[in-house]
Ligand binder design. Structure first.
Ligand code: NAP
Ligand code: GCO
Length: 270
């Protein structure tokens, strides 16, 4: 038995993690978790004011996070960011492709430009950032890539055609990175969050004018065996697991952290 203490395999001490779009929301929570497990944290955002604010928020948690102004769709900027991280913190050991947007528009009313923007950020972005970090991971003989997929990697719903197409593609990009670089000891997996209470889903939880719950809020709670929305904290442990040596023989998988939505037909109306 090689391991005298299995908990040691969850440690990220000495590792460098890049979490994209981690100034708030799921990315901020995952970066916090990786830092708590010992990793040095780098993150990116599009707006400089957000970077400064996030660095201060991380510092309040005792985390020295290094922020970069970088749009994940800008390959030159991503390559420069990855090179700077390598020069200042060390080469990226763990990449979390978290940055993403959603546009909720009925498909026939959605412009091709809007569709392309969602796919560009949610699917091409992870391709660009993964492509930037993989060569160094191959040289060093190890690496972890975690893509943030979605319920919409498996299911469709009205108004989210671009997002579902992108997240479905991200599931297959996860499997393809596994297939192409598994031999180099790179593990590429995904986390598929359920419905998580963040700014991205705030419109789906807004109270109605009469003070009642948003119909979608009630719908999701009825579809979730846990009977609640997920929280960013629900994703922190799964992220550490997939970023650590504890998952070295897990590859090409999507770990759904959804409170059971995908397993459940939904609560029957009373
Ligand atoms: P969020 O609150 O909207 O945060 C998204 C983050 O990504 C923001 O920091 C945003 O920064 C950043 N971002 C967007 N486009 C970017 C770009 N081109 N380059 C760099 N950063 C960019 O979303 P969230 O709820 O935390 O979701 C994070 C990820 O989880 C997304 O991939 C989302 O699809 C996925 N997800 C969310 C849920 C959920 O229920 N919330 C469930 C499943 C999956 P800006 O301020 O610049 O926009
Ligand atoms: C939506 C929501 C979802 C969540 C998430 C679910 O409009 O349906 O935004 O897409 O963001 O992706 O896993």
């Amino acid at each position: 038995m090689e391991k005298d203490n299995v908990l040691a395999s969850f440690s990220l001490e000495g590792k460098v993690a890049l979490v994209t779009g981690a100034t708030y929301g799921i990315g901020f929570g995952i970066a916090t978790a990786l830092a708590q497990a010992g990793a040095k944290i780098a993150f990116n955002a599009r707006k400089p004011e957000q970077i400064d604010h996030a660095v201060a928020e991380y510092a309040k948690l005792g985390i020295e996070a290094h922020g970069y102004q970088c749009d994940v769709t800008d390959e030159a900027s991503v390559q420069a960011m990855v090179a700077d991280i390598a020069a200042t913190l060390g080469p990226v050991d763990i990449l979390v492709n978290n940055a993403g947007i959603i546009k909720r528009i009925p498909m026939t009313q959605m412009s091709a430009q809007d569709f392309r923007q969602v796919v560009d950020i949610d699917l091409v972005g992870p391709f660009i950032v993964s492509k930037a970090v993989i060569p160094s991971m191959v040289e060093r003989g190890h690496g972890k890539i975690i893509n943030i997929c979605s319920m919409m990697s498996e299911l469709g719903r009205e108004t989210v055609s671009a997002y579902a197409a992108a997240k479905g593609g991200l599931k297959m990009l996860t499997r393809n990175i596994c297939s192409e670089y598994g031999e180099a000891n790179i593990q590429c997996n995904a986390i598929g969050p359920g419905y998580i209470a963040t700014p991205q889903t705030a419109p789906l939880r807004e109270r109605q004018a009469d003070g009642s719950r948003h119909p979608f809020d009630s719908f999701i709670c009825a579809k979730t065996p846990a009977g609640r929305w997920g929280t960013v904290e629900d994703l922190m442990g799964p992220a550490v697991f997939l970023a650590s040596d504890a998952s070295n023989f897990v590859n090409g998988q999507v770990l759904y952290v959804d409170g059971g939505i995908l397993a459940y037909i939904g609560k029957q109306p009373k």
